[in-house]
Design a protein around this ligand. Structure first.
Ligand code: PMP
Length: 413
């Protein structure tokens, strides 16, 4: 496969990122840790620095022009997120620090109001701790039951298993769109459909899908969906929660403080309308503006083009990993994305990552903030994860370095 024939030219994409430019004091890195965080294009860095240099003021407060401009930019970012997700209106978007905070918001504000003793919440065995611990804690607090939707031996979710778990006591099904360990794409629209048919709500953790495929909340028909800016070429400290308006209206606030009230009297407080009701305190304004630029960057390449390019690259990586002696690859083979959890012979994954690092290849090793899933897989793994600036040369370098690692640890041939 030659990347030049494909819809995305990864070399041209890399030119838009300072991280990939030669630097006199820095070695150039083959970055394969994109599921943890992505690198940032110039446009995102410039959008953030331009805000801080020229438009810095807090939003929705100051009686001056600078504040009005800051508010305008911040609200434009919200409108951009709504459009990116195909939400019905910008008021369905709450800015958060990221996916983790968004799930905690739902688990606390919605969960403590609507989940009662004896109710059930379903989570999958695939979940990142961010979509597991808030539900474990809520279940304990409300004396509700947490049910685990187990994966099949080949790392998939079987919808028939969900049908068996759903009951009239189920209040919510919480599922990741793409597993951060196995890379499989979960059938979230079907999952939400089944949840709704049983009278439950459906929450989709889109942290790993947002930068790699089209995410359309109206098509999925989810009640809640969230993502982090930093995994989508944007800044850290910013993410978004999408929630259907009716839920945002019914839910009490999460954090309370400045900016989320209409009036405060000793005897009575009136909350602001959503989404302000959920954005107490000074928000991450520059970061929201950086997120706007990141979504523009993604759309400047094109989400269908990204998806088809990454699909080709994934198939190439899959083939090369499968033919590498000693590699054991986890997760489903069809319908997967460019996240590869694997082991090599019986070399400890941390040792593998260390050897790869000596060749300037950045991967992650360990339990990937998904301890129950890693336990099911048999322990720690190495994880290589792709983004649209990676190409087949990067995969070849990884495979070459894995051969080298085998030799370093005394595996012949
Ligand atoms: N969910 C998934 C599937 C993830 O991969 C991650 C990050 N690794 C998170 C949630 C948490 O995201 P953040 O740390 O940006 O809040």
């Amino acid at each position: 496969m030659k990347t030049a024939r494909l819809s995305v030219n990864a070399g041209e994409v890399r030119r838009q990122f300072p991280f990939f430019q030669p630097h006199p004091e820095m070695r150039s890195v083959i970055y394969l840790d994109n599921a943890a965080t992505t690198q940032k294009p110039y446009t995102v860095i410039e959008a953030v620095s331009n805000f801080w240099a020229h438009h810095n003021a807090t939003v929705h407060r100051g009686g001056h022009g600078v504040g009005a401009k800051a508010s305008e930019l911040y609200e434009a970012a919200r409108t951009r997120v709504a459009q990116f997700l195909n939400a019905r209106e910008p008021n369905e978007i709450v800015f958060t620090r990221g996916t983790t905070e968004a799930i905690n918001l739902v688990a606390t504000a919605w969960g403590e109001a609507f989940v009662q003793a004896g109710d059930e919440i379903i989570v999958t065995e695939l979940e990142h701790h961010a979509n597991l611990l808030p539900w474990m804690r809520l279940a304990e607090k409300q004396q509700a039951t947490l049910k685990v939707w187990r994966i099949t031996d080949d790392g998939r979710l079987n919808l028939d298993d969900l049908r068996e778990l759903l009951t009239e006591r189920t209040r919510l099904v919480a599922v990741s769109h793409i597993s951060n360990v196995l890379g499989g794409v979960n059938p979230v629209a079907e999952i939400c459909h089944l949840a709704h048919a049983a009278g439950a709500l459906c929450l989709v953790d889109a942290a790993q899908s947002i930068a790699h495929m089209r995410v359309d909340v109206q098509r999925i028909e989810c009640d809640f969906l969230m993502f982090s800016g930093h995994k989508a070429y944007g800044p850290t400290g910013i993410g978004a929660l999408y929630a259907k308006r009716e839920h945002l209206e019914a839910m009490p606030p999460y954090h309370v403080g400045g900016g989320m009230v209409q009036t405060v009297r000793w005897e009575r407080v009136r909350w602001a309308e959503p989404p302000m009701k959920f954005e107490a305190g000074t928000p991450p304004i520059g970061e929201a503006i950086g997120l706007h630029a990141a979504l523009d960057f993604i759309d400047s390449i094109g989400r269908e083009a990204i998806e088809s390019y990454e699909h080709e690259l994934t198939q190439y990586a899959l083939r090369r990993l499968q033919e590498t002696p000693g590699v054991r690859l986890y997760g489903p083979v069809p319908d997967r994305t460019g996240i590869f959890a694997f082991t090599l012979e019986d070399i400890h994954p941390h040792d593998i990552a260390t050897v790869l690092d000596t060749r300037d290849i950045a991967v992650r090793a360990g339990l990937h903030c998904a301890h129950p899933l890693s336990e099911r897989l048999g322990g720690p793994t190495v994880r290589a994860s792709l983004a649209l600036y990676n190409d087949t040369d990067h995969i070849d370098a990884l495979i070459e370095a894995l051969h080298h690692t085998r030799q370093v640890f005394g595996y012949a041939g």
